[in-house]
Write a new protein. Sequence first.
Length: 123
Amino acid sequence: MNFLRLWCVALFICALAVFAPLFPARAEGTFIAAPNRTDFVHDPARGLIYISSGSQILRYRIADKTFLPPFEIGKTVRQLDLAPDGSFLIGATPNSALDGKVGFAHVDLNGGIVSDKWFAPGG
C-alpha cells in the first residue's frame, strides 16, 4: 500500500515537471504606486481604494486608474477601516496617545471632513 502511494506521488511530481512549462503562471492586475503605504481598504460603492501613506489617505479611482486629491490627516496614519455603511473611514494614528487615550482620524466620506477622535482603552 505504501509503495503504491509513493509511486502515485512520484508520478504526479513527474507530470507536473513535464506539463507545468506549458501553462506558465502570470500575474495580472494593476500596481498602485503609493509611497510609504501601510494599509488600504476598498470602497465598492464609490469605486475607490483608500491607501494610508504617511500623513495622508490617498484616494485611487479604480475605473480610470487615477488618484484623486488625498485627505490630509496631519499625522501618520497606519491601519484603515471603512464603516459598514460606507459613510466614514477610520485611520489609526499611532504614537498619538494623550493622557492614555488612543487617537484615530475620522473621515466623513460624504462631506470630506477630517476630524480627530479619541478614546480610552478599556473605558
